[in-house]
Write a new protein. Structure first.
Length: 342
């Protein structure tokens, strides 16, 4: 019997990544895929005779289930896009997503898996709110599993994470395109992997524009509104303050707004600001905050699509990074005239 095509086969034929194939075939509405690319993927899928299916055939009177194990749901607003993205994508194929908040507790994970295996679950989405390496339960070795917003160092499972490096690059480059050269970065805490990746993107953007990196403009250690305010005030006290700030997240950007107002300065007239995460409040700041999207919904949709691909092996080394698009609003302006004239 001839081997049935997979998303990887389609990607090779269309000349795109497997992630792009998944975004197209799963009809992710806000994915930034060019129309020509989308058509090429669809034509490749049609030419190969690709049809999505499932590994599991269950009686008509049984509900088909995917388990979503997530470590936390209350500390940030980011759990909802994971859950809703997975639920909506699974519903397209009449599959139900059962969500378990395990807090990373091995006993709770075991109880969740007991219940899922009793119901002949199709597979598991092992999910973390913070992008990080993780160690899934050993029992998942025998269960089709996709890791969402986390990955195992041994690459035993397919995983999907945000492209934080390119997101940090895009945020910084938006400021460079506006003419800024003294761009500060309010970095997150050292233990946060996304903090390291976004700072790496910031450094890469400056290097690509031949802008020297001024280490005095990189302040680490925050992720909250008060933390962003404190670090921004330190920047304003420098002999030569920055003309723009890229903050690790939107909360730190809000803190930067507060710091500027406390000094009688405004965004973007005096200093431009860019955030990251696209939290709901970012669009309602004055002015609305230019920020970078965390693609949690797209990540969950990709994970479900991959899990439902009937050729997903139990163990797979693939690690996919989903683009973090920039949303341009009103917080970027030109370099202040007083600075440009110096």
């Amino acid at each position: 019997m001839a081997k049935r095509p997979t998303m990887i086969d389609i990607g090779e034929r269309a000349g795109v990544s497997q992630a792009t194939v998944s975004l197209v075939l799963n009809r992710v509405s806000n994915a930034r895929v060019a129309e020509a690319t989308r058509q090429r993927v669809l034509e490749a899928a049609d030419a190969l005779g690709y049809r999505k299916g499932t590994q599991h055939h269950v009686p008509d009177n049984k509900t088909r289930v995917i388990g979503l194990l997530i470590d936390e749901v209350t500390t940030t607003p980011f759990a909802t896009p994971f859950i809703e993205g997975a639920r909506e994508e699974a519903a397209l194929q009449d599959v139900v997503v059962a969500t378990f908040c395990t807090r990373g507790d091995a006993k709770l994970e075991g109880l969740a898996l007991d219940m899922l295996l009793q119901h002949d679950a199709i597979g598991v989405l092992y999910t973390s709110l913070i992008t990080r390496p993780a160690e899934p339960p050993e029992r998942l070795r025998d269960v089709p599993t996709v890791m969402v917003n986390c990955y195992d160092r041994n690459r035993l499972y397919p995983s999907v994470v945000p492209a934080d490096v390119t997101g940090g690059f895009a945020a910084t480059e938006a400021l460079l395109k506006a003419g800024h050269r003294r761009i500060a970065h309010l970095a997150g805490e050292n233990w946060i992997e996304a903090s390291e990746d976004r700072e790496r993107g910031y450094r890469q953007a400056l290097a690509s524009w031949d802008v020297p990196i001024d280490e005095s403009l990189i302040l680490r250690g925050g992720w909250t509104i008060p933390g962003g305010r404190e670090l921004a005030l330190q920047l304003l006290d420098l002999p030569s303050p920055p003309t723009a700030i890229f903050a690790f997240n939107d909360r730190m950007a809000v803190g930067a707004y507060d710091a500027l107002r406390s000094r009688g300065l405004s965004v973007p007239h005096d200093i431009s600001v860019v955030g990251f995460d696209n939290e709901d409040t970012s669009a309602y700041l004055e002015p609305p905050l230019t920020t970078v999207v965390l693609p949690h919904e797209e990540m969950a949709r990709w994970a479900v699509g991959t899990l439902l691909d009937e050729h997903l092996p139990v163990a797979s080394p693939r690690r996919i990074k989903i683009e973090c698009p920039l949303i341009e609003r009103g917080s970027i302006g030109p370099v202040p005239v007083r600075v440009a004239a110096e």
